[in-house]
Design a binder for this molecule. Structure first.
Ligand code: ZN
Length: 315
């Protein structure tokens, strides 16, 4: 039987500029695994990089469109402004040193909702928050390990994502009435919403900032966030709920590794619903994920042309 509910975050997609710099930062400095090297299905002369844990599990997948000549975006209202990544207890000192040594802009550890976190900016200015979950025993996701980052330090996947909004109410209603989240905590203008369907990648923070300027989605900002559902039946059940609430939502779109719906929530952030199936091993084995350029069938006849146009990536 289908479980017709949202299972936390599936992936977060952001915009980068230089592909090589993005690849080096996320694989070498943060130690994530490149789990899929493909192209933007709507713009096949641009890469689409997917980083995640070894298993490329939904809830660990941070993806990028590297557009070489993109201008720099600006954080502000109507966008996802923070990407929270879960790290093990006791690892923040390691991360602070590591990031500083790599020349990354990083703050001293701080605390919100009783959880310690470290803010760092990726090379394009995307705001990352390496966060130690309150109940550390809960993060059961197996991280990807590298020669420099073992499982006592490695990033496990998403902890939260933050949306900054001029008025949280309409977005909060989407989270609670459609997506099954509930408000659990509030601190000044930050409201924490959690889904009980999963124990990881289960948190969305809404920050209400009525005086703040609108954000500009470009380099270093989040393009959209995707919520996870089990399968197509769950996705279509959810689609009916979204339509019933009066939102314009796309039909299901085949993204090769998952099936997606998109709608813009009333606060301005692009939301996607993405299925667990078929998953990232549909076109290459688990052991060699991300090692060759994968194209969807519609672009395979143009492979030579596409490969020639993409920036060369040294791995
Ligand atoms: Zn997406």
């Amino acid at each position: 039987m289908t479980f017709p509910q949202v299972l936390g975050l599936h992936h977060v997609t952001a915009i980068a500029s230089n592909a090589q710099r993005n690849y080096d930062f996320y694989t070498q400095i943060l130690g994530l695994r490149l789990v899929k090297k493909t192209v933007n299905f709507d713009d096949p002369f641009t890469y689409h990089f997917y980083y995640g844990n070894y298993y490329a599990a939904p809830g660990t997948i941070l993806t990028f469109f590297p557009w070489t000549h993109i201008s720099k975006g600006r954080r502000g209202v109507g966008m996802a402004t923070e990407v929270g990544l879960s790290v093990p207890e006791g690892s923040l000192g390691f991360w602070k040193n590591r990031l500083q040594q790599a020349g990354v802009i990083v703050n001293s550890p701080a605390t919100k909702f009783g959880e310690e976190y470290l803010t760092a900016l990726d090379p394009d200015g995307l705001k990352l928050e390496l966060t130690v979950a309150k109940n550390v025993a809960r993060d059961t996701r197996l991280p990807f390990e590298t020669s420099e980052i073992d499982a006592t330090k490695a990033i496990c996947g998403f902890h939260h994502t933050t949306l900054t909004l001029s008025n949280i109410q309409p977005t909060a209603e989407v989270l609670t009435d459609i997506l099954g989240y509930r408000l659990t905590e509030q601190d000044v203008n930050r409201y924490r919403f959690v889904t009980d369907t999963v124990t990881e990648a289960a948190i969305i923070d809404l920050v209400e900032a009525p005086g703040e300027a609108s954000g500009v989605v470009a380099g270093g900002s989040v393009h959209h966030i995707a919520f996870r559902v089990q399968d197509d039946a769950a996705e279509m059940a959810l689609r009916e709920k979204i339509v019933a609430k009066g939102f314009h939502v796309t039909p299901p779109i085949d993204r090769m590794y998952f099936h997606s719906l998109y709608f813009r929530e009333p606060g301005g952030v692009l939301f996607e619903i993405a299925t667990d199936v078929p998953g990232f091993t549909i076109d290459e084995p688990l052991e060699s994920l991300g090692t060759t350029l994968k194209l969807p069938p519609q672009y395979e006849p143009r492979r030579t042309q596409i490969e020639a146009a993409l920036p060369r990536l040294i791995v």
